[in-house]
Design a binder for this molecule. Sequence first.
Ligand code: PGA
Length: 261
Amino acid sequence: MAARPPLIAGNWKMHKTASEGVAVVRELLALAADPSPVEAVLAPPFTALAAVSQAIAGSPYALAAQNMHWEDHGAFTGEISAPMLTDLGCRYVIIGHSERRRLFGEDDRMINNKVRAALRHDLRPILCVGETLAERDCGSMNAVITRQLTNGLAGIEPTALGHLTIAYEPVWAIGTGQAATPAQATDAHRTLRQLLMDTWADAGRAVRILYGGSVTAENAAGFLGAAEVSGALVGGACLDPKSFAKILRFAKDSLASHQGA
Ligand code: PGA
């Protein structure tokens, strides 16, 4: 099977105003103007989407939102819908991040509604799954990520799988500086891949599985070279254009070495 180009997404979380975001993008474009064929995705906060969209116009960078509501419109104070995001140029949307699950009470059913709504509107979901430390310690990692994936993708048509990305993000590794090892990532990714193929047969191969959780310019190469890892979801390190540019470079290099170039 030909290697899929890696996808590297930067999740800015609740950082950067619109003008600060534009400054980050300018610096990033100066350092890494052409990350292709690696797919480089930027996920600024909602308030910076329009400005970042303009700043990356004409570049190979793609825009993502960090969340969305599953309805197109309605009386949902404070929420943002898929058509609002596509109108600003978003191509991707992060769904079910552990901070959304843990701090804002999102459950698998809401997350499934969001994934389906995104696909309906031609937005590519990046569905996040991952276990807490307590769940890993008691041996239920596989059960947790299996449940999150199965429920999150309930009712998805096989034809949609090519538009879908999964991010394995162990909760204990997010923002802690304590990344999983590449071997731990591969182990979880194999479980997810098997589940995708058990559910959708060969179509399950089309789904990219990213690793996320304390990815830095220092450890990125290890993940990007690991079996079954098709990219990274980067939090803290993506706020520094130099670090993010380095990670994009590693991804490009790892693709070249996989292709024997
Ligand atoms: P981190 O965040 O890289 O800061 O650990 C990753 C994420 O939450 O997506």
